[in-house]
Every structure is written in C-alpha cells, then in structure tokens.
Design a protein around this ligand. Structure first.
Ligand SMILES: [Zn+2]
Length: 377
C-alpha cells in the first residue's frame, strides 16, 4: 500500500470553523448534509454511509464508544480550541486556502487564528458575489458600484488574496454571458428595488452578475490570479443543469482570460468526468478533488478520483476538503483524501500503468505541489 501520511496537504478550498463548537446531535448532523430541510438532520443523515464512516473515525480519534451520543459528548468535552488543535494537527496540514465569506465572520475563527491552531499557513480568497452584495445596497449609482468593485478586484493580489471565487453556479448558472452596459444597468435597477423593498439583497440578477464577473475575470487575468468556480453539487439553490462545467465554454475560450487559472471546485460532482476532461484540454483549467463535501462514500470517491487521474495530469489536480463549521471535516477530508488517492494509485501500479515512485510523485502533486504553483504559495 502506498503510504501518503507524510505528505503535508494543501487544502485548496475550505472555510473557517465556528467559534462555538459545543453542539447537540441535530446541529452536528445538520452540518453533515447539503440538504437544508430539517428532516434530513432528524431522519436521514444517520442513514448515510458517509456519516456512519465519520462517526467511526471520530470514535477512534476521541477514544470513546462507537455510538453517536458518546462521540458527541467526547468532542464537546474537549473545548473549542483544543478540539481544533487536536484535529488539525492530526491532519498534517501545510496550508489552508480559506473562503472566509461563509459562514459569517462574526461566528467563526479568523484565517489567522485557524493557521495558529493548526500550526499551518492560512491564506484567503475573495468571494465576488459577496463583494457585489456589499456594494450594491450601499451605492445608488451604478458607475460608482462598478468603480469600487473594479478597484477592490484589481488590488486583490496586493491586498493579500491568493484567489477569487465565484458561486454563480448556484445563483444564475455557469453559462456566463457578455451583456451590454444597458442590460447590466437595467438589472442593477431591479436589484436596487429589491434592496428598497426587502432591506437586503440576494443577488440573482443574471445580466448584472455576469457583467461584474467579466470585469473581475479581466482583472484576475492581469494579475495572473486564480479564480475558483463552484461547480456541480450544492444545496437546492443550485439548478444542477447550469452547474455543469461545460457551461463555462465562453469563459474558457476567451483568450484574454488565459492568464487566469480556473479551478473547478468539488470535482464538478456529478459531472466529474467532464470537469476532469476540461483540465486535460485547457492549459489554464485545474480540477479540485474535494474529499469531505460532497458527502459521498469511499466507493464514490474512488470513482471520481479514478476518473480524474484517468484523464487529467496530476499537475492539474488539487486536493481539498471544503471543510466548514466543524474541524472534523478538514481532518476527515485529509484522512480520506490520502487514503483514496493512495488506493487509486495502487490500482494503477497493479495495472502496470505506473511504478511506485511515479505514483508517489503524482500523489505529492495532487496533495501539495499543484496548489503551490497555482496559488503561488
Ligand atoms: Zn466551499
């Protein structure tokens, strides 16, 4: 068996964890599903293979009985920071690439503190739709919004962001189009009306989002700054038909943007073959292999890892967990990623495709080296 435990992982896409880690069964389970209906936490999460596996790992690391009640009691007893330190160090993390836009900053550890607790580096990305949602309610003048937005994005690299991120897949879809300024302005007027009527904005106005994204792409290309796209799997906000990474064709083809590395998040699940294919074809496209979210079992992880390694170079593949809320996710994703990648590479050795030294080198690229190159770590 290929042993990858010594490779320090770069988690190229994850989120902060909550300040308050003391939680009951329903809350804990609620973090282990992308479904938002409370019936999942009550009835369905405990019957999910992923969750049963996670509980077994937790019982081992906390040294307690294998039942849910004992496991949650053991984690709650550890206290917030001790819990995070314990798990993050066990995960052997080199760098966390964090999206601090979610959960809300007031409820979470900062990226700096996450790094201290994990004794690892923590770097952050800038989520574009969050920036849009801050600026549009604040300024009534469209040109002023565009100017301020452009200013922030054009300075992202020097302001310490190592990437941009877009969640347009679960707002208006990945079929990002070029709209005229008039069309964008009309959508801006609708968004402003929503602010006036509802006191807040959930930006889902396609011409406006697409227009602002194109501005960001140009600035990212100028700075050679990577852009992470949420693709595939998500909650019920996602119209999965528009979460297919093939919808990005117009953006991928545009030569002006070829200096912007594009990272397709969450292995584009369940479009994993298609996403990996794009990474094999376009020089600037990279493919994220996420081992906590989506919450799938090991057999499914083996399947998407085979699909990715089957077509794309390891220098285009990057490990992540998408860990969020609870530190178990970052830790379990690191365990799982090493074990699944190791198993798939072993199969490839058995099939006489590669030798052991090559396998270890490919693993090193996925778990660590590719991200170093893409994010200039
Ligand atoms: Zn995420």
């Amino acid at each position: 068996m290929l042993d990858l435990t010594d490779i320090h992982v770069v988690d190229n896409h994850c989120h902060p964890v909550l300040l308050d880690q003391h939680m009951d069964r329903v809350q804990f389970r609620g973090y282990c599903t992308e479904a938002t209906d409370p019936i999942f936490a009550e009835e369905h999460v405990p019957n999910t293979v992923y969750y049963l596996w996670l509980l077994r790992q937790m019982a081992t690391v906390y040294g307690c009985d294998r039942n849910e009640e004992a496991i949650l009691a053991a984690r709650n007893k550890l206290g917030n920071e001790a819990l995070i330190e314990h798990l993050f160090r066990a995960a052997n993390i080199d760098t966390l690439v964090l999206d601090p836009a979610y959960p809300p900053g007031s409820t979470c550890y900062t990226p700096e503190r996450m790094g201290q607790l994990g004794r690892c580096r923590a770097v952050k990305m800038l989520r574009l739709e969050t920036l849009m949602q801050q600026l549009i309610p604040e300024y009534s003048d469209f040109d002023e919004v565009v100017d301020r937005y452009s200013m922030v994005v054009s300075r992202a690299r020097e302001d310490g962001f190592c990437a941009l991120k877009s969640i347009v897949a679960y707002r208006t879809g990945l079929n990002i189009t070029e709209w005229s300024k008039d069309e964008a302005f009309a959508a801006f007027a609708e968004a402003r009306a929503e602010v006036t009527e509802q006191g807040q904005l959930r930006i889902a106005h396609k011409p406006l989002i697409d227009f602002l994204l194109h501005i960001a792409f140009q600035h990212a290309a100028n700075q050679q700054l990577p852009l992470q796209f949420h693709t595939g799997y998500g909650d019920s906000d996602t119209d999965m038909r528009l979460g297919n990474p093939l919808q990005l064709r117009e953006v991928l083809e545009k030569t002006d943007y070829h200096t912007m590395p594009i990272v397709l998040l969450h292995e584009s699940y369940p479009y994993s073959q298609l996403g990996a294919y794009l990474a094999a074809i376009y020089p600037h496209v990279y493919f994220d292999l996420s081992y906590t979210i989506p919450f799938v079992d090991k057999l499914e992880m083996l399947a998407f890892t085979r699909q990715a390694l089957g077509v794309a170079p390891a220098s285009k593949l990057m490990f992540s967990t998408d860990g969020i809320h609870i530190p178990e996710m970052h830790w379990a994703g690191a365990l799982r990623g090493r074990s699944v990648i190791g198993q798939v590479l072993d199969e490839m050795i058995q099939a006489d495709e590669i030798d052991e030294e090559e396998a270890y080198h490919l693993a090193q690229q996925i778990l660590h080296d590719t991200a170093y190159t893409v994010y200039k770590l």
